[in-house]
Ligand binder design. Structure first.
Ligand code: GAL
Length: 411
């Protein structure tokens, strides 16, 4: 009986002879690529007769990839499978356009209803179906630094933004950028975590649930606080030209003290730069967000009309498998979306993230597609640009409120 169960439990990864091509579309190019490449190597091993085309469009958080994908989808030229953030980024775009296949059958066949957290499955679902397969859980609200540098400069990890603002002159006097930022989306990324700190998880959630207006006093105050924080960054120097990796580099090489970035930064520092968590770099919840996990999840879907559907389904089965997730995530700087991953394969940072994921309060990321519809999140960067130019909190709040109204999420 036990033997039978064991046989039945490993049915899916090597399924017959597939051939032809498989085009996977993502923004994991260059030094964002190793985790995806490792997973593709596994696919090649399982399906040696399939030629995998790893189509990438470079640009952090998918800023460029999304535009290319749109052209392809609208032009009737979908890839076989594409990267998309779990949540509104997929549901509000390609699902409402009837451009995706319902993957409920795969979740049932693979027993995934029991191994992915319920809340995550909800994020991937509508009443009509489940629309993508999650490969990971990333955390947005992380503050990165180099422990030895903080010691040398005589500062400690700030527990909240006021503590950070207080230490800002100490760092500036020593010629150090207190907080490094990069191109526009990284500034939005910072903003969401400042908002989370200042509004608290409940207020932050209300903003996306249509229960709080952007023009409320406490939201306007977020922009004011944000402006003060920006004064302690490189925003007016070189931020606009820095991809997130180069912002991370500035912390690693001691030009800057802190950076708020998702934990793909840990993947980069470990996998690409070869640093050891805890020594080469340290981490803490972004100021004021202790006990809260701001999550996002990378997932892959199956577009209607995928040219190599069977190969794509085999890809999705691998992505969602325990083995696939444990190949991908230790390299990527994320934890598995599954609840049964083998934590001994994960480094110290990731083990701490896994623990927080279990115990913290969970909220979702704006900059990475979890909480707001595409109509809102694709226009919010323009509000940010205007704010960077004007630093007018009232105007930014009013503009964001107008966007929220258009997107149907206004409180
Ligand atoms: C996020 C994505 C991560 C990482 C990051 C930087 O949106 O979820 O996997 O790629 O962008 O590009």
């Amino acid at each position: 009986m036990l033997a039978l169960l064991l046989v039945a439990a490993v049915p899916t990864l090597a399924q017959g002879d597939l051939s032809g091509e498989l085009e996977i579309f993502s923004w994991w190019a260059g030094d964002e690529g190793p985790a995806l490449e490792a997973l593709i190597a596994k696919y090649n091993e399982l399906y040696p007769n399939v030629e995998v085309i790893n189509a990438t469009v470079t640009g952090g958080s998918g800023v460029n990839a999304r535009a290319v994908l749109k052209t392809r989808m609208l032009g009737g030229d979908p890839p076989d499978s594409f990267q998309v953030h779990a949540g509104q980024e997929l549901i509000g775009t390609w699902v409402v356009a009837n451009a995706m296949e319902d993957l409920t059958f795969l979740f049932e066949e693979e027993g995934w209803m029991d191994v992915f957290p319920e809340g995550l499955i909800e994020l991937l679902s509508t009443e009509e179906g489940i629309w993508s397969v999650p490969v990971n859980i990333h955390r947005s609200n992380v503050l990165w630094y180099v422990p030895a540098n903080l010691e040398e400069w005589g500062v400690e990890v700030p527990a909240d933004w006021d503590a950070f603002l207080e230490m800002c002159p100490t760092l500036e006097e020593q010629g150090v950028i207190p907080l490094v930022v990069g191109e526009n989306w990284t500034v939005v990324h910072l903003w969401e975590n400042v908002a989370l700190a200042e509004l608290g998880p409940e207020g932050y959630r209300q903003l996306w649930a249509g229960e709080k207006a952007w023009t409320d006093e406490d939201v306007v105050a977020v922009w004011d606080k944000f402006s003060q924080i920006l004064d302690c960054t490189n925003i007016d120097v070189d931020a606009a030209s820095l991809p997130w990796q180069q912002a991370t580099d500035k912390v690693v090489n001691g030009e800057g003290a802190f950076n708020v970035m998702g934990d793909w930064a840990a993947g980069y520092m470990v996998t690409t730069l070869g640093l050891t968590p805890g020594e080469g770099f340290g981490w803490a919840p972004s100021p004021g967000t202790e006990g809260v996990f701001n999550m996002l999840s990378d997932s892959f879907g199956l577009p209607v009309g995928a040219p190599h559907r069977d190969n794509a389904i085999a890809w999705l089965r691998l992505l969602g498998s325990k083995e696939g997730q444990d190949i991908f995530n230790p390299l990527k700087g994320s934890i598995a979306a599954r609840i049964d991953s083998d934590l001994s394969l994960y480094n110290e940072y990731l083990q701490s993230a896994a623990e927080d994921w279990q115990t913290n309060e969970i909220v979702g990321s704006l900059a990475h597609g979890a909480v707001a519809p595409e109509t809102f999140s694709s226009e919010f960067p323009t509000v940010m640009e205007q704010f960077l130019a004007s630093r007018n909190a009232q105007a930014a709040s009013a503009a964001a409120q107008a966007l929220a109204e258009q997107a149907g999420i206004a409180g």
